[in-house]
Design a protein around this ligand. Structure first.
Ligand SMILES: [Ca+2]
Length: 475
């Protein structure tokens, strides 16, 4: 059953009030706002409250996991996670590049209402994240990895995270051997790391993630884990590449000496082996997380979700064509065809989520906020979100509602999915919505978006165009 989401205007009212009084009593004002939100926005229910680990990989394509069809390498821990949980085949990121996509997952709103499209923007003062909600309802919370949602009003500690570690900005996060990382607002120095490659961020993020889980095992926790693999720079420790050397049609490339940050990507010597190695590195750490959950006897209390923020990239030497990283979908990162936005998504929660299921329910990042709220027993009283909880699907219950539409926007592209139909629009110029080309696809018959039905299905096209036109008002 399709459901239109209400729009209450709550978000903008709060935002404007804040700026009015901020200069005089900022701390009091923030405290007041938080209590207002806590009272008006939610109502806590006693139980059950699972731990939640939301793992957001960077630029992992729909076809980059062996349980989603990858043939050139294996991802055994993710495959096992899928076998023990549920695998979504029609889950969408909120955008086709990093930051916009992440805004939608944190805020539960589509890309235009999350007031971002490009990179380098901030969460505003009044923006309420899923972490705010869980924190206010007794969860210990952590963000470990790449934040990318602000360095001032959008700092993770202002957006619901008790603990945060990693990169604040996107640009530095392209490099896996930085000379420092943020830890709760202080710099953790990693001297000589860029030169000597002593500490890969994947190891550091996992170290902190395992530490946070261990430390908070006795209380409900929310761990947001936006890893930076497998985004460029495509440099991983040799031991991960080694199993693939000579096996993936590599032609060794010239590489520069290491040691210069932010001067462009260094190429991996064996780019295919490096990519397969990076995926193996990521997969290994998924295994470490599950091992710890079992060791601490909290495996059955913990929901783990794995997904990716957008489609596969070709940056820094990556070769998505060779690996079929889009899994047969059209294009990849930066496009609103399926390859840019449809992503792998696996959820595992022993005894609550039935094992070994595959589901084609269309869902997307804005759904994550209400889903986690529902699974945590938090009732959203004033629901200003664009997402719809997919908790009924996870738990195998009936009554799953569907969004009446899914919507994406990126530069001069727009895309809209309604049921099986998808409209892709290309504007000819920025800031001119009068000149464009529309394409229409039937995703049930043509998931690869090869057969444009815009001319053959004028009525369907008209229906989607009507909706798209109404959504342009958010721009
Ligand atoms: Ca990304």
């Amino acid at each position: 059953m399709a459901k239109d989401k209400p729009r209450l205007g709550f978000h903008s009212i709060i935002k404007n009030n804040y700026f009015h009084g901020f200069m005089k009593h900022p701390l009091l004002y923030i405290a007041g706002l938080l209590s207002l939100f806590a009272c008006a926005f939610t109502h806590a229910q006693p139980a059950p409250r699972p731990n939640i680990i939301y793992i957001l990989a960077d630029d992992v394509g729909y076809g980059d996991l062996s349980c989603y069809g990858q043939k050139k390498f294996q991802t055994p821990h993710l495959d096992r996670m899928a076998a023990e949980g549920i695998r979504f085949t029609a889950h969408y990121a909120g955008g086709c590049v990093c930051a916009p996509s992440r805004f939608t997952v944190m805020m539960g709103k589509h890309i235009a209402r999350a007031h971002t499209e490009g990179q380098g923007q901030e969460l505003h003062v009044g923006d309420r994240t899923i972490a705010n909600l869980l924190q206010d309802n007794g969860y210990a919370t952590a963000m470990i990895g790449k934040w990318g949602l602000g360095r001032r009003t959008g700092l993770p500690n202002l957006k619901g995270f008790d603990f945060w570690y990693g990169f604040l900005d996107q640009r530095r996060a392209h490099f896996h051997y930085p000379e420092w990382l943020w830890k709760n607002g202080s710099k953790e120095l990693l001297p000589d790391n860029p030169q000597n490659h002593t500490r890969h961020t994947q190891d550091l993020f996992t170290r902190e993630a395992l530490g946070f889980i261990r430390e908070n095992r006795a209380k409900p926790f929310f761990l947001y884990l936006p890893y930076t693999l497998v985004h460029a720079e495509l440099i991983v420790p040799g031991k991960y590449e080694e199993p693939f050397l000579g096996k993936l049609d590599d032609k060794p490339q010239e590489t520069k000496p290491y040691g210069i940050l932010h001067s462009g990507y260094n190429k991996p010597r064996n780019r295919h082996a490096a990519f397969a190695g990076a995926m193996s590195f990521l997969d290994r750490d998924i295994g470490k997380i599950f091992s710890l959950l079992k060791e601490l006897a909290i495996d059955e209390k913990t929901l783990v979700i794995f997904t990716s923020d957008n489609g596969p990239h070709g940056e820094g030497g990556a070769d998505p064509r060779y690996f079929n990283s889009s899994g047969g979908l059209k294009r990849g990162k930066g496009w609103l065809y399926e390859g840019g936005i449809r992503v792998p998504m696996i959820a595992r929660w022993p005894k609550r989520i039935e094992a070994n299921r595959t589901i084609d329910h269309p869902s997307w990042f804005p759904d994550v906020f209400p889903t986690l709220a529902e699974l945590s027993g938090i009732e959203l009283i004033q629901d200003d979100l664009d997402g719809i909880s997919f908790a009924p699907t996870l738990l195998g219950k009936g009554g799953q509602q569907s969004s009446s539409y899914l919507f994406w926007s990126h530069n001069r592209q727009r895309a809209l999915r309604q049921g099986k139909w998808k409209l892709v629009r290309f504007y000819e110029a920025f800031n001119d919505i009068t000149r464009f080309k529309d394409e229409l696809y039937d995703l049930d018959e043509d998931i690869a978006e090869q057969n444009d039905l815009a001319k053959a299905q004028p009525e369907q096209l008209k229906a989607l165009v009507r909706r798209l036109t109404s959504l342009e008002r958010w721009k």
